[in-house]
Design a protein around this ligand. Structure first.
Ligand SMILES: NC(=O)c1ccc[n+]([C@@H]2O[C@H](COP(=O)([O-])OP(=O)(O)OC[C@H]3O[C@@H](n4cnc5c(N)ncnc54)[C@H](OP(=O)(O)O)[C@@H]3O)[C@@H](O)[C@H]2O)c1
Length: 279
């Protein structure tokens, strides 16, 4: 039996919260994100897409940032059709993000909402899986720019909007190889180590305010395009879906986690991995 029948009730067109597939350790109130404004990067696909949909189902107005406009429009249409919230599309290639474009986003957010209640830094590039001895310079720079520099620049620039929220939450999506590196994971692993450091510094610097919390989250092996690229020989059916990672995402953006700061979370400790895919 689901622990929260309301949260796991089937929704039209989305079998995501199928009680048979999701073990809910956290019991989110159906309106736990009501009135919140949350920016999700990489919202067009994979974990970011499902997170944006889930946040909207629980009441948040989501800003959908991604580089492929068509994917963002599909997510936006779904949210508009299935929730009472108002999504906004933010087409943006994070590789090209600079002070000017980040400040333009801050101005738009401040004008439209007057504050920002959360950022899910989720967009990421895998890059080549190659030994460091042969790792290409251009790929290194690209992966580091998208995975580590853009989250820093976005967060730093959006701080004034986050500070206008009574309880803002910033979540940096990490990885197992960002906590214990492994051969051939190259810039991807290093970028995730950088994110963990970024999270710890922001968390320490804003601890005293009690208004903005910073945590990292390792989703663990999850059935997405990135996972398929990282493990091309793997049967996707043996990997947990993004939907099984949503209780921890909801927890980290709801006020229930207001006391969490500077923590490194692992989604599988929350949901219990359904499959045995290596991570
Ligand atoms: N899947 C896993 O097993 C796993 C395990 C551990 C950690 N993670 C982490 O979880 C997060 C989500 O991964 P995922 O598996 O959902 O990946 P995914 O399916 O590849 O989706 C990544 C998303 O990021 C977007 N993106 C990539 N580069 C971008 C850029 N330059 N500018 C803007 N958006 C960009 C992509 O946009 P397009 O759709 O337009 O390409 C896509 O929507 C990542 O941080 C990843 O490192 C995943």
């Amino acid at each position: 039996m689901p622990s929260n029948p309301e949260a796991t009730a089937p929704r039209p067109g989305w079998p995501a919260l199928d009680a048979a597939r999701v073990h809910w350790r956290y019991q989110p109130a159906p309106d736990c994100l009501a009135g919140k404004v949350i920016l999700v990067t990489g919202a067009g696909d994979g974990i970011g897409r499902v997170a944006a949909q889930t946040f909207a189902l629980y009441g948040a107005d989501v800003l959908l940032l991604g580089r492929t406009r068509g994917k963002l429009e599909t997510v936006s249409d779904w949210i508009t059709a299935n929730t009472q919230t108002s999504p906004v599309i933010v087409p943006c290639d994070l590789e090209l993000l600079d002070d000017t474009s980040a400040e333009a986003l801050l101005e738009a957010v401040a004008e439209a909402y007057g504050r920002l209640d959360g950022i899910l830094h989720n967009a990421s590039l895998l890059g080549p899986k190659a030994p460091l001895a042969h790792y290409p310079t251009s790929a290194w720079n690209q992966v580091m720019r998208v995975n580590a520099f853009a989250p820093f620049l976005l967060t730093r620039t959006l701080l004034p909007a986050l500070q206008m929220s009574p309880r803002a939450s910033v979540v940096l999506t990490s990885s197992s190889v960002g906590r214990k590196a492994r051969a051939y994971w190259g810039a991807y692993a290093v970028s995730k180590f950088a994110l963990e450091g970024l999270m710890q510094i922001f968390a320490d610097e804003y601890e005293h305010t009690g208004r903005i919390r910073f945590n990292s989250l390792n989703p663990g092996a999850t059935r997405t395009a990135m996972r398929a690229a990282a493990y091309p020989g793997e049967n996707p059916a043996g990997v947990d879906t993004p939907e099984t990672r949503m209780d921890i995402h909801l927890y980290l953006f709801s006020d229930d986690s207001a006391h969490e700061n500077g923590q490194a979370f692992d989604a599988r400790e929350w949901t219990g991995a359904r499959t045995r895919a290596r991570d």
